[in-house]
Design a protein around this ligand. Sequence first.
Ligand SMILES: Cc1cc2nc3c(=O)[nH]c(=O)nc-3n(C[C@H](O)[C@H](O)[C@H](O)COP(=O)(O)O)c2cc1C
Length: 321
Amino acid sequence: LATEQAAHLRSLLGTLRAPALVAPMFLVSGSAMVVAACRAGLGGAFPAANARTLADLELMCSEIAAGVDDLEEPVWAANVLCHSSYDRLDAEMEILLERRPPIVICALGSPGRVRDQVHAQGGILLADVSTPTLARKAIDAGADGLILVGAGAGGHAGPYNGFALASEVRTWWDGPMILAGGITGGAGVLAAQALGADAAYLGTRFLAATESLASSEYRAELVSSSMEDVVLSDQVTGVPANWLRPSLPRSSEPVQGPDFSGAIAAKSRAWAEVWSAGHGVGSITELATTGVLADQVVREYADAVRRLDEQTRGVEQQGVR
Ligand SMILES: Cc1cc2nc3c(=O)[nH]c(=O)nc-3n(C[C@H](O)[C@H](O)[C@H](O)COP(=O)(O)O)c2cc1C
């Protein structure tokens, strides 16, 4: 089954205009962003936790299904929190089993919790991981592929440099692998492929897109920020994540550990007022639609392919092989 799912994922990625997915972002990506990403020829994803209620989750899934209905093979994914404290997972999975996203991405916990359900409906199960140890555990637990989250990513960032992480994991894993963290455009997508990744995952670049659920203040701050405004802290969710410095509270009660129980998309939670962004925040220079940003990424990717082709041809002419 794992080989079958891997082949299916690779064939889906092969249909994209550039091998890139617009990553799921808590309190940011909704159905409109997923639909716009798919319609622009990239993959799209959303966190199921963004639905305030289960009825909202049903609605989001229907909106996506309707929005991509005329596309031959839309590449969209639902991201589920597999953390042990997340108590809505089973109820979300029941809805997702019916709505059948082609891909389910499990984060912050073992994919083993949802493996059988996803595979029973023919879906592809990816695990979001930030270390080689977690990558191995995810594969052992039955994930079909990995999303490797490197340092500098928006949201919960990994501790390791993405280049090194991809290279190390590729020494033992030849299945599907998507690289995330600080990939801000088409050139980065090509670099991810050069490192052996099947595709890239872009969050921050799309944070301020018109379809983003982020507030206008958050989006304005994104446009004016650079990587030096981003700080890593585990004092918001209990897990290290990258935040825009001006949005961090000056003082707060120390956070003991992650607790994703209850209504996590509610305004009352600590993270509701703190704005996340990755090191790539400097790539946000304008408020544009997801479609326009996706077109830019596709163009940048094509330019990078051409540029690299010329460079490598130059190297060959000099006799270096
Ligand atoms: C505001 C924000 C919220 C995020 N929320 C989630 C989430 O709910 N689930 C998840 O798996 N990843 C989440 N991420 C991480 C992204 O899916 C992705 O891994 C990351 O953005 C890639 O790095 P980049 O921001 O440098 O492109 C979030 C990222 C951002 C910026």
